[in-house]
Design a protein around this ligand. Structure first.
Ligand code: MSP
Length: 510
């Protein structure tokens, strides 16, 4: 089994923001989760370095385009590294490989007679890097996504690809394969978009107006339209047009925000069909994080939460966990530094972290710093073990984007359940000289083994904390954890030397 997961490639006209961090973390969670089940995974992310707005940003920064792009894309890469996004490919559209790939795609379409020139007049939103229909522009000339930018009227001659001929094939795929577009609300939106007339896709821009782009091999007065250019990365990452790309294609899942549903749900399938290539397996669409006041966070609006600052104060897993727990596919959800901090303290520090340090300290003082021996199980032990195993099992079959918050919440419930078990069984009250030592040992073992399973299950979400937690309980990471993971009980070996009870989730200064 194979799974090629992609994130959008992000515009570099500003520093990376929380939305970019989110999509890459979400795709990373899926890649980690699938990868350790033995599925071969490939994760791509990267930067979209062409187009008008990147060019304008370079000029505003008073840098040459290339040094600006180098600087910014390094920031994106550094953020994803800090967030432990295990990407296999970090694509930059200014790379020569990508360039060659875009030129090849444009040539093939041109040779097939699918491109034609015509004059076009329309309102161009530099924020979206798209021509907008009159109905998408308000009376003051702004598009819905970028209310602080004027979509200016542009008239120019360009190359076009007709989309209409591909409508039926796209429609059939969506209708026949209900899992092609997820969630169902995105599928419904796409079906609605396919109900409207499909305008020809303008695939070029005059190089005189947009110098930052890939020159069209058959007409050097033009560069490829930034969206055409960017979408091709999904093929280039797996070595298209070399036949090796079939190793991964079409087992590809595009993880995207709802803002780019049309480009991925209509234009991209049309381009692929025009190239004679298969359509992607899945389009997984998420909603947006909103800033205070419910406004979409965007560079243009200037209401972003800086992911690097969150990592500085709370660590990468605080952000990854918040994303996983609070993400929604159907509706937007609010995010702020305060909310991330609150969730981190209430759930990671006070629940999971507390449970871990309580147990480890207890075992260290009562059982000589070793995993105690398990005795006969009572119904209460069996019940908690079954509940923890059940919650972990959700993580043992390939997950969809929408499963992430559900299964993460199930782990939080598991932690609370385990906390209750410990409070009720109170091993500390049995640790006196006269108390039945075996019962005390058994409760401690059961709780520690359950906690191990919780860390294993949560590893795709909070990899570095889960690894530290596991190391403290088992002394080494289970060999099967990264490749052929199977949730099971009793994997904690009696007598194992426990690590230090270091605090996994330190509380931030108030
Ligand atoms: N360059 C294009 C994508 C080309 S892909 C072939 C682009 N770039 S972008 O920088 O604007 O990034 C858009 C993506 O960033 C969204 O689709 C989403 O994945 C992510 N997000 C941007 N803002 C976001 C939120 N406020 N919330 C969640 N995700 C957000 O479009």
């Amino acid at each position: 089994m194979r799974s090629y997961l992609t994130t959008p490639i992000y515009y570099v006209n500003g520093p990376p923001h929380l939305g970019h961090a989110f999509t890459s973390v979400a795709a990373d969670i899926l890649a980690r989760q699938r990868g350790r089940l033995g599925i071969a995974t490939l994760l791509s992310t990267g930067c979209d370095e062409h187009g008008q707005k990147n060019d304008q940003a370079a000029q505003a920064a008073d840098l040459t385009a290339q040094s600006y792009l180098d600087l910014r894309s390094a920031e994106f890469r550094a953020l994803f590294d800090r967030l432990a996004v295990l990407y296999d490919v970090f694509v930059r559209t200014s790379s020569t490989n990508h360039l060659a790939c875009v030129q090849e795609a444009a040539t093939r379409l041109n040779d097939a007679g699918l491109l034609f020139r015509k004059a076009y007049e329309g309102h161009y939103c530099a924020g979206c890097e798209q021509f907008k229909r009159q109905s998408d522009i308000d009376v003051d000339g702004h598009c819905r996504e970028h209310p602080n930018l004027i979509a200016s009227l542009i008239r120019e001659e360009n190359y076009f690809l007709a989309i209409e001929p591909f409508r039926e094939a796209i429609l059939q795929r969506i209708l026949l394969d209900p899992s092609f577009v997820q969630p169902q609300s995105a599928r419904a939106q796409l079906l609605a978009l396919l109900d409207e007339p499909l305008e020809d896709l303008c695939i070029s821009r005059p190089a005189s107006r947009v110098p930052l782009g890939v020159r069209l091999p058959f007409d050097s007065n033009y560069v490829a339209y930034v969206w055409f250019d960017a979408l091709i990365n999904y093929l280039g990452n797996v070595k298209w047009p070399h036949r090796d790309f079939k190793l991964w294609w079409p087992e590809v899942e595009h993880v995207i925000g709802k803002d780019i549903l049309k480009t991925h749900g209509i234009y991209w399938p049309a381009i692929l069909l025009a190239l004679g290539e298969a359509l992607p397996k899945t389009l997984s669409v998420h909603s947006h994080w909103t800033g205070e006041g419910g406004l979409k966070m965007s560079k243009s609006l200037g209401n972003v939460v800086d992911p690097n600052k969150v990592i500085d104060t709370l660590g990468p897993d605080a952000l990854r966990y918040f994303f996983a727990r609070q993400m929604r596919l159907e509706a937007d959800s609010a995010i702020s530094t305060g909310l991330i901090r609150q969730t981190y303290v209430a759930e990671l520090a006070n629940k999971l972290g507390n449970l871990h340090s309580r147990l480890l300290k207890f075992a260290s003082s009562k059982f000589g710093g070793r995993v105690p021996q398990r005795g006969i199980l009572t119904p209460a032990d069996k019940e908690i073990r079954a509940a923890i195993l059940l919650a972990a099992r959700y993580w043992a079959s390939p997950m969809k984007l929408e499963d992430i918050p559900v299964h993460t919440t199930a782990q939080l419930d598991a932690v609370q359940h385990l906390n209750r078990y410990l409070t009720e069984q109170a091993p500390w009250s049995l640790a006196t000289a006269t108390a039945p030592a075996e019962r005390c040992r058994t409760i401690t073992y059961v709780a520690m083994d359950c906690l191990r399973l919780i860390f294993e299950a949560l590893w795709p979400v909070i990899p570095s904390s889960a690894e530290r937690g596991l190391m403290s309980l088992t002394g080494q990471l289970p060999a099967t954890m990264m490749s052929h993971w199977l949730p099971c009980l009793d994997a904690l070996r009696e007598g194992t030397l426990l690590g230090e009870a270091s605090i996994l989730f330190p509380k931030p200064d108030p």
